[in-house]
Design a protein around this ligand. Structure first.
Ligand code: ZN
Length: 373
């Protein structure tokens, strides 16, 4: 049976209340969204897998996976509508990234039992007494609904063409009187909402590998411009030609950081044709990258920078640059300055080149989880 899998991963993870967004915590060496996609694809040969992502993060999802990535929206349902536009199979299975440990039997049971129905959903029975509006009700008639759910694509598309917001696909299909059936769900399908919910059986701790990236940048000198290196103003009467403030040190450092994370390069994040970045303080760009790395699950171990220049003399600035960058990254940064022995364009005093290295590791949420208990 041809089924498309949609994984909703565009949420902003506010209630999770941790420096890493929940969809980005590492399970061994995969972000949670990729772990979920790979896991479900190992259970059933889905025709296609679509993942919705926060618009700001969409390009990095695309960089590190081969799944189809669709721009998400503020509301779960709007993200889902965007994803459904790409679905052309008869059936579509939809799951939240926050339910990573759904058992294989649930996936297969949903697929085996959809025939003759428009939607099938797993449910749990309440184990406690249920009171509704001050009256005890027969709990055997109460169903606590889970995801993933499997729906007939055409019916679901129709059901979502209203202004009403639904909490799940089943509710949308119910509203247009579609045929719904149920299977028994599982405790293992529990949803991660808060940080304390991370005690799920399938979640393994992040791998402790070190990721290394390099960066290189060069800029020409230009008269009558301020020179800024590593966020520090250098007292000379020339600066560096650039669309931005020309901070060649920060640019190479950003490339090293993005490289270590596998996120591409500085030009993809801050295109130099974009008016937004004209004369921008490069410190702001570094802060943006630092925040991006933090919320996507990385921790900076250290960075090492070599500035290659015949002039200006940097002896008196090296420490200041190093301290400024260490503070911005909240990690040790080393700054070295050297000349090019009068050779080539640097030797002729035409500009500056900088080479940087950065090391990252995955933020150890597992350790934090166990130390908070
Ligand atoms: Zn540059």
């Amino acid at each position: 049976m041809d089924v498309t899998l949609i994984i909703l991963s565009a949420g902003n993870s506010t209630r999770f209340n941790y420096e890493v967004k929940k969809q980005w915590i590492r399970i061994e060496n995969k972000p949670l969204w990729q772990f979920v996609a790979d896991r479900l694809n190992s259970f059933y040969p889905f025709k296609k897998t679509i993942i919705t992502a926060n618009p700001e993060e969409k390009k990095i999802y695309e960089k590190i996976s081969n799944y189809e990535i669709v721009k998400g929206d503020k509301e779960r349902q709007l993200s889902l509508i965007n994803a459904l536009e790409r679905v052309n199979t008869k059936y579509v299975m939809i799951t939240d990234v926050a339910r990573p440990c759904v058992p294989k039997e649930i996936i297969l049971n949903l697929i085996q039992n959809i025939k003759d129905y428009d939607c099938i959903a797993p449910f749990l029975k309440p184990v406690d007494t249920v009171v509704y509006e001050n009256k005890t009700i027969n709990r055997d008639k109460v169903r606590l609904i889970q995801t993933p759910q499997l729906s007939k694509t055409s019916i679901l598309k129709k059901a979502l063409k209203t202004n009403q917001l639904f909490t799940d696909e089943r509710a949308a299909i119910e509203a247009i009187n579609g045929k719904i059936t149920y299977i028994l769900g599982s405790e293992e399908s529990k949803k991660i909402t808060y940080f304390k919910d991370l005690n799920l059986p399938c979640l393994k701790k992040p791998s402790n590998i070190i990721l290394t990236g390099n960066g290189y940048d060069t800029h020409k000198f230009e008269k009558n411009k301020k020179m800024i290196l590593g966020g520090v103003e250098i007292d000379v009467d020339y600066g560096l030609k650039a669309h931005s403030d020309g901070d060649v040190v920060i640019h190479s450092l950003i490339d090293a950081l993005l490289g270590a994370a596998g996120f591409g390069d500085i030009g993809e994040f801050f295109p130099d044709i974009d008016e937004k970045y004209k004369n921008i303080d490069s410190t702001k760009l570094l802060e943006y990258v630092k925040n991006l790395l933090t919320k996507t699950g990385y921790e900076i171990i250290n960075a090492d920078i070599s500035i290659i220049a015949e002039k200006p003399k940097l002896k008196d600035y090296k420490t200041k640059i190093q301290k400024n960058l260490s503070k911005l990254l909240n990690a040790p940064v080393n700054v070295k300055a050297t000349t090019n022995e009068k050779m080539g364009f640097i030797g002729r005093g035409e500009g500056i080149a900088v080479i940087s290295t950065a090391n990252l590791k995955y933020k150890d949420w597992y350790e934090d989880y166990h130390s908070r208990k």
